[in-house]
Structures are given as C-alpha cells and as structure tokens.
Ligand binder design. Structure first.
Ligand code: GDP
Length: 439
C-alpha cells in the first residue's frame, strides 16, 4: 500500500494537496486498521453527551396539547391547564431530563397559551415567530462568540412543531393557514388533527383530503418524512400519505382483554390510543420519535437555522461575493463595513459641527439684536429723562421768580405798614382801605 501511495511523482502529490479529492485513489488495505469503529465512536460520544429535542405545540386552548405530550412520552409533565381569558398569546416552555436505557434526552416542550382565544386573532402568530427567531438568534450569538462552547450549549431551537387542528370536519380556519404559512420557513411543521375521536371515519378521510388540498393551494410547506435514506424510505413514504395524523390523547390506562392500554372511555364504548384502527397516535410516535427525530434535528440546523443565519448576516451586510460575483472574505466584508461605518460617523460629525456653528451664529445675531434694542431703549429713556429734567428746571425757575416777586412785595408792604403806623392812628381806616386796594 505504502509503495503504491508513494509511487506518484512530486507533481502528483502537489496536485493532490491543491485539489483534495481530485487526485484521490482507492487503495486496498492489507489488514485490519480499525477506522471501521468510527461509527461506534460517534455513537458512544453522542450517547455520553446526551441529546436534546425541542417540540413546539401550536393550537387552541383545550385541543389536547398537554395530554398528547403526556401520552407521547408516557409520563405526566407538570403544568396548570391554561384558561381561555388570556389577553394575548404567550409561549410557555418547560425542559425535562428523560432517560431511556442509557440514552439521556433533554426534552423541551413549548406550548402556546391563549392561542385562538382573543376576538382579534390577527397577530396571534407573531409571538410564535418571535419565539422561534429568538432561539435561532441565541444560537447564532453563541456561534459568533470567540470562545464558544457549542457542545455544552443548551440548544433551544425548535425541532418540530406539532400543529393541532380542531376536529371540525370542515376546513382549516384562516388562523391555522396564516400561522402555518408564517412558520413554514422557520420550523418543521407536522399537522395533526386533535381529538380525532370527535370525528367519524368517513368524515375524517374527507377532512384529511380537504386539509391537504388547502395546505397545497395556500403554498404551506409542511415537513415531509425523508425518503432519501433507503432504510426508512418505504415507511416514511407511506406515512407521508397519512398526513395529517388524526390523534387521540389519554394518560388513562384501562384493562382491555388482559392488557392495560391507554384509552378514553365513553358511555358508548372505549377508544384505544395505541390502536391503529382507532387513530394515528402510533404513527405519530413512530415518525416523530422513533424514526425521524434525528432528521428533524438536522433539518432544523441545516435548513431553517441556515436560512435564518444567512438572512441575518446579509442584513448585517455580510456577503460571500462582491457585486462582480468574486469571492469576498469575511475580513474584507468587515473592513468594508468598518470603513462605511467610519465614513458615516465622520459625515455625522461634520453635520453636527455645521449645525453647531449655525446655531452659534444664530444665537450671536439674536444677542446682537437684543443689545441694539437695549441701546435704543436706553437712548429713549435718557432723552425722556433730559426733557423731564429741563421741564422741572423751568418750573423751578418760574417758581423762584414768583417767590422773589412775592418777597419784594412783602418787603414793600412791611415798609408801607411801618410808615403808616408812624403817621398816626386817625388815618387807620384810610390806610386799611389803601392796603386792601394794594392787595
Ligand atoms: P390543552 O389546553 O391544549 O393543553 O388541552 P388539554 O391537554 O389540557 O386537554 C383539554 C381537555 O381535552 C381535557 O379534558 C382532556 O382530557 C381532553 N382531551 C385531551 N385529548 C383528548 C382527545 O384526544 N379526545 C378527547 N375527546 N378529549 C381529549
């Protein structure tokens, strides 16, 4: 083997290094090497790490979501029944550690609380979409970390969405169609007819056909069990034709014949959950848990998460190729984005500076105008004051003149009085008269 492997020229081995796979030759092994244990190593590693599986149950309150989960996993998950009075749709998530043989499963069950209970159901799908996106975002953030610990990370991305359809026997409600349409690119949808014991056999066949045709005509992509793996192609192909599964849930065990079975007992008889003639519960359990759990996990990662990741990175401006379809590395994208960001920052700074200068100029002009007005006011007041002062001075002067004139007359009168008192008392009457005339 060694001889054959080394027999190529240096050019050949260089070509091999350059284009792995192209220069690759099949060589026989002379003895057991041991890499055939690789699958076992993988199994052992996976088993020791444990698995995680996340189910989202979407459906109106009271359609039997909690009961079906209890029935599927053969246990009683805790949880209070939801009321019909929720103001909006909420998602309730619970994680459980399950163990079967030596395999551990971290199971998360997310249920829609209040779905379909509001008068206006227009936005009922939004919290569900937001929840699914939030789980993708959390995973993306972990992936983008420099020190990421994906092996220890609790992956909360939804692997399967069981969509509970009410057993009306008519057609899908618009709420169902709108919600499934909004979810189909984000999650693997498995539609199921809930409480199918409420619908007769012939009605059920017609109901299934009607639902399938409505899903097709509205372009809703539901999860198809994979048929590319030979070992499960046949069973998966058959099961795809049975969708949507009509299920019944019950945790009650009844003795039927000499066996204890999960069943629902009615006054008119008993319906057995695990009897394939009664409902598709076994088909659902087989497809969801026993055959396709790994495919659901893989589809979630390689299809739905990949789409979310691509859209998110493109939204952030990352591209694999430049406008001329040439490869564009992450580093180049980062540099381009950084330069674009710095350019924008500089532009913003310049705009702010200009705005600041403009505001300062405006304020300056405003202050100058105010100063001018103050000066004018001061001048006006000064002139008014001067006029007033002048008037007062004039008045004072005229009053002083009057006082002087009065003083002169007073002196003259006193002089006259003293002269007359000297002239004698007989003349008193005459002088009084003269005095009166004088004043
Ligand atoms: P959720 O609100 O969707 O979780 O519904 P629950 O699981 O709490 O079930 C609501 C009621 O429906 C309970 O009384 C269940 O016993 C009943 N129920 C659950 N599954 C079925 C079923 O398959 N058929 C019938 N007839 N009743 C069911």
């Amino acid at each position: 083997m060694e001889a054959e492997a080394n027999s190529g020229s240096l050019e050949d081995s260089w070509a091999f290094i350059q284009r792995p796979g192209e220069g690759c030759r099949t060589v026989p092994l002379a003895g057991h090497v041991g890499f055939d244990s690789l699958p076992d190593q993988l199994v052992n590693k996976s088993v020791s790490q444990g698995f995680c599986f996340n189910i989202l149950c979407v459906g109106e309150t009271g359609l039997g979501k909690s009961t079906l989960m209890d029935t599927l996993f053969n246990t009683k998950f805790e949880g209070e029944p939801a009321t019909h009075t929720q103001p909006g749709v909420q998602l309730r998530s619970n994680t459980y550690d399950l163990q079967e043989s030596n395999v551990g499963l971290k199971l998360t069950i997310v249920s829609t609380v209040g779905f379909g209970d509001q008068i206006n159901k227009e936005d009922s799908y939004k919290p569900i979409v937001e929840f699914i996106d939030a789980q993708f975002e959390a995973y993306l953030q972990e992936e983008l970390k420099i020190r990421r610990v994906l092996h220890a990370y609790h992956d909360s991305r939804i692997h399967a969405c069981l969509y509970f359809i009410a057993p009306t026997g008519h057609s899908l409600k618009s709420l169902d169609l709108v919600t499934m349409k909004k979810l189909d690119s984000k999650v693997n949808i498995i539609p199921i007819i809930a409480k199918s014991d409420a619908i007769s056999k012939s009605e059920l066949t017609k109901f299934k056909i009607k639902i399938t045709s409505e899903l097709v005509s509205n372009g809703v992509q539901i999860y198809q069990f994979p048929t590319d793996d030979e070992s499960v192609a046949e069973i998966n192909g058959t099961m795809n034709a049975h969708l949507p599964f009509a299920v019944i849930g019950s945790t009650e065990e009844l003795k039927i014949g000499n066996k204890m079975m999960k069943a629902r007992q009615y006054p008119w008889g008993t319906v057995q959950v695990e009897n394939e003639a009664h409902c598709d519960f076994v088909k659902l359990r087989e497809m969801l848990i026993r055959v396709n759990m790994e495919d659901l996990r893989e589809q979630t990662h390689s299809r739905h998460y990949e789409l979310y990741r691509r859209c998110k990175l493109e939204e952030m401006g990352f591209q694999d190729t430049d406008p001329d379809s040439k490869p564009f590395s992450l580093q180049e994208t980062y540099e381009a984005k950084r330069n674009e960001f710095l350019g924008e920052l500089q532009k913003k700074e310049e705009e702010m500076r200009q705005m600041f200068v403009q505001r300062v100029k405006e304020k300056e002009a405003e202050l100058k105008e105010a100063e001018k007005e103050l000066h004018e006011k001061f001048d006006r007041l000064k002139k008014l004051h001067q006029d007033e002062k002048k008037k007062l001075e004039d008045k004072k002067k005229s009053l002083d003149d009057e006082v002087n004139a009065f003083k002169q007359r007073k002196t003259a009168a006193e002089l006259l009085q003293s002269q007359s008192s000297q002239a004698g008392g007989s003349q008193t009457l005459k002088r009084d008269k003269e005095k009166k005339n004088f004043f």
